[in-house]
Write a protein that binds this ligand. Structure first.
Ligand code: SAM
Length: 430
């Protein structure tokens, strides 16, 4: 233009690069390279880094051969054979040279210190399942990150629907069903479900929910979602699991996407494996989403780590739903009594007197610290502490009711150091 007014540079064209097996040259081995290399490797790129030094995180990639490292400054010829280049040094002159060399070879090049002078820009990217998002912020990287975060969060929470739009796959004469997701919901607080669990829940047609699953999540479900209360399924106590299995299968075979929402982790005393087996037997597609088990998280939230250096090198999770002398019990109580580490007892409130007794009878120190945590992670949470010798009486006196977790071991005493402001309900003797 003759009047000296320069037109704004056109927006970059967003594209996805297929880099698998293709040579990508990264010039610079510092903090920016550390952030870019994982994405390039995830795309399958054949990454070469040219830099006199690498960050401690990047270095193992070089020693294991995941990347090729030229341990020196940039030299002419380094871009030979490259499909894509990133100039990421903190030396503007070097970056400018790299961009110029890349341009001469007609290879796109990102320039970290002055994005506008590169021939490519790195967008803020995010991923949710199979969906990727890339955001350019019009020269404002923080804006790009903020928008990216908002979109990814909306996808994760199910506010932005990412379900596939392609027609269902047809296998022979049968259409593939949406199936069942057996989801571990964590110990009860709605915030302690996994991101994947929450996303699947947002897409459910039917939710079959346990009593100990995070009930707060049910309020978020759309009105059309059918909620089946598995705690109150008909046909009696011993038929209940069969009835749950049948319910999952029936809904899935009717073409609905079923989320089986459970407390904790489905495979920790959760009978999740029986439900998965029932689906597999019925030919229903099924997926398992692990959850935050109460066995670890409930003590942890109450200030009790299951292991601690110098205190416990083992933690054993045990079901106390059967009395130690019950012929059906599979637990080696005398063996557990000989352990010095941490014992975590689930479903043990009713049998606690007999359990403490057998542990003491087989040699566990009566002064071993012990705690009972009821309603972990919920507003009604409470903790009773004591010794192994006194914990059953203390729990009874405090009126502890299920669900509760019993922890036995030296780690219980750490609670006072880790939760100094709490005022634990403490049994006499500790
Ligand atoms: C049938 S088991 C299910 C365990 C679950 N699958 C898990 O991984 O947490 C039920 C037992 O888990 C423990 N439990 C589950 N949620 C709890 C919570 N919020 N607070 C204390 N104990 C809990 C109790 O011992 C309860 O009796």
């Amino acid at each position: 233009m003759s009047d000296g007014v320069t037109a704004p540079a056109p927006d970059p064209y967003l594209a996805g690069l297929r880099l698998a097996g293709r040579r990508v040259v990264v010039v610079g081995g510092g903090a920016v390279a550390q952030r870019r290399v994982p994405g390039l490797l995830a795309a399958g790129a054949d990454v070469t880094v040219v830099a006199p030094r690498l960050t401690p995180t990047l270095e193992p990639h070089a020693t294991t051969g995941t990347i090729t490292w030229h341990e020196r400054t940039y030299a002419d010829g380094d871009l030979d054979g490259a499909w894509y280049v990133l100039a990421l040094t903190d030396d503007a002159a070097v970056n400018a040279r790299v961009v110029a060399h890349a341009e001469a070879r007609r290879v796109f090049c990102v320039r970290a210190d002055d994005g506008a002078r590169g021939t490519a820009v790195t967008p803020a990217t995010g991923r949710q399942g199979a969906v990727s998002v890339a955001v350019l912020g019009g020269g404002d990287p923080r804006r790009a990150v903020a928008v990216r975060d908002g979109v990814v969060e909306a996808m994760r929470e199910g506010r932005l629907d990412t379900l596939p739009r392609r027609p269902p796959r047809v296998q022979g004469a049968t259409v593939a069903l949406p199936g069942v997701a057996v989801v571990g919901g964590g110990p009860g607080d709605a915030d302690l479900i996994t991101v994947r669990g929450r996303r699947l829940l947002a897409h459910a047609d039917v939710v079959v929910v346990d009593r100990l699953a995070p009930q707060g999540l049910l309020a978020e479900l759309a009105p059309h979602v059918e909620v089946v209360d598995a705690a109150k399924l008909p046909r009696g106590r011993f038929m209940a699991q069969e009835a749950i299995n049948a319910c999952l299968v029936e809904h899935a075979l009717a073409g609905r996407f079923v989320v089986r929402l459970k407390g904790g982790d489905p495979y920790v005393f959760g009978r999740g494996s029986e439900e998965v087996e029932a689906c597999v037997r019925a030919g229903v597609p099924v997926t398992v989403v692990p959850g935050v088990t109460s066995a670890i998280s409930v003590p942890g939230l109450a200030g009790i780590p299951l292991t601690h250096r110098g205190v416990a090198h083992e933690a054993v999770v045990v079901s106390g739903h059967l009395a130690p002398d019950d012929p059906g019990s599979l637990v080696d109580w005398p063996g557990l009594a000989r352990l010095r580490g941490t014992l975590v007892l689930l479903m043990a409130v009713d049998r606690l007197p007999q359990i403490a007794e057998i542990l003491l009878a087989h040699g566990r120190d009566p002064q071993t610290p012990a705690a009972v945590v009821q309603d972990g992670s919920l507003p009604t949470e409470r903790v009773v502490t004591g010794t192994l010798a006194g914990i059953a009486g203390a729990a009874t006196a405090a009126g502890v009711r299920p669900p509760a977790i019993v922890v036995v071991g030296g780690v219980v005493a750490l609670r006072e150091r880790l939760l100094p402001s709490s005022a634990p309900a403490t049994a006499p003797g500790v």
